[in-house]
Design a protein around this ligand. Structure first.
Ligand SMILES: *[C@@H]1O[C@H](CO)[C@@H](O)[C@H](O)[C@H]1NC(C)=O
Ligand SMILES: *[C@@H]1O[C@H](CO)[C@@H](O)[C@H](O)[C@H]1NC(C)=O
Ligand SMILES: *[C@@H]1O[C@H](CO)[C@@H](O)[C@H](O)[C@H]1NC(C)=O
Ligand SMILES: *[C@@H]1O[C@H](CO)[C@@H](O)[C@H](O)[C@H]1NC(C)=O
Ligand SMILES: *[C@@H]1O[C@H](CO)[C@@H](O)[C@H](O)[C@H]1NC(C)=O
Ligand SMILES: *[C@@H]1O[C@H](CO)[C@@H](O)[C@H](O)[C@H]1NC(C)=O
Length: 394
């Protein structure tokens, strides 16, 4: 559906031209918050399949604008190493300090508990900023994982956000090269190099073999807190700790991939039916036991593209678990679902602030991507307890 994909990208270009970033939703009340920046990946993938140079030429100015948005003002944060260099990374930070219009009643109820007027505004900003991340809501963003009012995403440098921006920088560099703009290509290759170093210095934890989110302050805005400290890394296991292997810069390093694969295998995140979002059973939808399609996809792609046989097998194993579970749930309910419970094959996910939705685009997309990429191996198990034979009707 290249025409459809291109039309979606054209809509997003129009949003960026008007607002400077891809809105959290295409409605007036979403003009003050972004989506996770994966626009460059969309443009690059369409170009890769179609060779559509016109699209690249149209998208490049929008990409430069979006990059500027994430690398200026409140989105840009410096972290200093003790005797070393300064690193620049990005954070989510919505330009909004009121209840989210689409969830106004819920937000007011959460804020009413014990917050004063100033704290309410801060809390509303955290809610809207968490919506920007896509992970709404999760203990990942809470100072106290049993107290929702301690949501503090604007005090966190998230691993996945910075990987998306690193990919944006690499995509801009290669697309600029394609249209012959070598100066832009060079400067974005430099920016990517600097962000890679920042990611390795600030997020990488050698002992764990994972990239960890980083707390930039403990509630004060003191510059002291911007000095890198190992204790500011969030040691909890999240699927996002493994998202860096999605991009070639990391999955082409077999040594890193092997370390990360071992770490993933012992992380506790891989359940019977796929990868859990976290290990904390909080009742929030971006926590245990829920698994989400895009996280399965990014981690599978990373392992599958690597040069490690073990990592490739791991990718295949995750695909089997996910496809089996999606298929069984489909047979039972007649629908594809927005999220799944990874503890048990065929179970759908729950929790969060609305009734779970069926027919989600990203769940459908990931099923199709996995089937296209991995095909139907002869002995692929379909159903939780039985074996699918080649040629059997689906
Ligand atoms: C598309 O991507 C593949 C795999 O990464 C790569 O080998 C190929 O060169 C790309 N094609 C274009 C036109 O960029
Ligand atoms: C890092 O940034 C701080 C504050 O902006 C500055 O004082 C310091 O000189 C910088 N260090 C290096 C190595 O650039
Ligand atoms: C939303 O953004 C606009 C434009 O940047 C700004 O004027 C407005 O004050 C913002 N709204 C809130 C509630 O912060
Ligand atoms: C975290 O929140 C819970 C529930 O509100 C509370 O009982 C607990 O004391 C808090 N923990 C800390 C360290 O503040
Ligand atoms: C840009 O780079 C390409 C490939 O590296 C090269 O062939 C081309 O001559 C360069 N163009 C300019 C204007 O420097
Ligand atoms: C935050 O850290 C600073 C410096 O390490 C410390 O003085 C302060 O008490 C801490 N504040 C909170 C709320 O934990």
């Amino acid at each position: 559906m290249y025409m459809t994909a291109k039309a979606i990208v054209t809509n997003l270009i129009s949003l960026i031209d008007t607002y400077g970033y891809v809105l959290n939703c295409a409605r007036a009340y979403c003009t003050n918050r972004s989506q996770p920046p994966i626009f460059s990946a969309m443009v690059y993938d369409i170009y890769n399949r179609t060779g559509d140079l016109d699209l690249v030429k149209k998208a490049l100015p929008a990409l430069l604008k979006e990059h500027q948005f994430w690398n200026s003002g409140i989105h840009k944060v410096n972290v200093q190493e003790d005797h070393g260099r300064n690193h620049t990374l990005s954070r989510y930070y919505a330009m909004w300090n009121k209840p989210r219009p689409e969830s106004s009643t819920i937000d007011k109820a959460h804020a009413s508990k014990h917050l004063n007027a100033y704290e309410k505004e801060q809390f509303y900003r955290e809610l809207a900023s968490t919506a920007e991340s896509g992970w709404d809501f999760s203990t990942r963003w809470m100072r106290n994982t049993s107290d929702f009012s301690t949501l503090a995403i604007t005090s966190i440098l998230p691993v996945d956000l910075n990987i998306f921006i690193l990919k944006m920088e690499l995509d801009i560099a290669s697309m600029a090269q394609i249209v012959g703009d070598n100066r832009t290509a060079e400067s974005f290759l430099k920016a990517a190099q600097a962000r890679k170093q920042a990611i390795n210095s600030v997020f990488w934890n050698e002992e764990k073999g994972q990239w960890l989110d980083y707390w930039i302050s403990n509630g004060t805005s003191s510059q002291e807190c911007r000095r890198w400290k190992a204790s500011n890394q969030n040691n909890n296991a999240f699927a996002s700790n493994f998202v860096p292997i999605w991009i070639d810069l990391f999955n082409s390093d077999t040594c890193i991939v092997e370390k990360v694969r071992k770490s993933f295998q012992s992380s506790g995140l891989l359940g019977a039916a796929g990868i859990a979002t976290s290990l904390t059973r909080s009742g929030e939808q971006w926590d245990f036991p829920n698994g989400w399609a895009p996280l399965q996809h990014m981690i599978v792609e990373g392992f599958a593209k690597s040069g490690s046989q073990e990592a490739k097998s791991m990718a295949q194993d995750i695909v089997m678990r996910w496809i089996n579970s999606n298929y069984v749930a489909y047979k039972e309910t007649g629908a594809i679902h927005e999220k799944y419970d990874v503890e048990k094959c065929g179970d759908i996910g729950g929790g969060g602030e609305y009734i779970p939705q069926t027919g989600f685009g990203w769940s459908n997309g990931v099923v199709l991507a996995f089937l296209e990429e991995f095909g139907w191996p002869k002995d692929l198990k379909i159903g939780c307890n039985w074996v699918m034979h080649c040629g059997d009707e689906l």
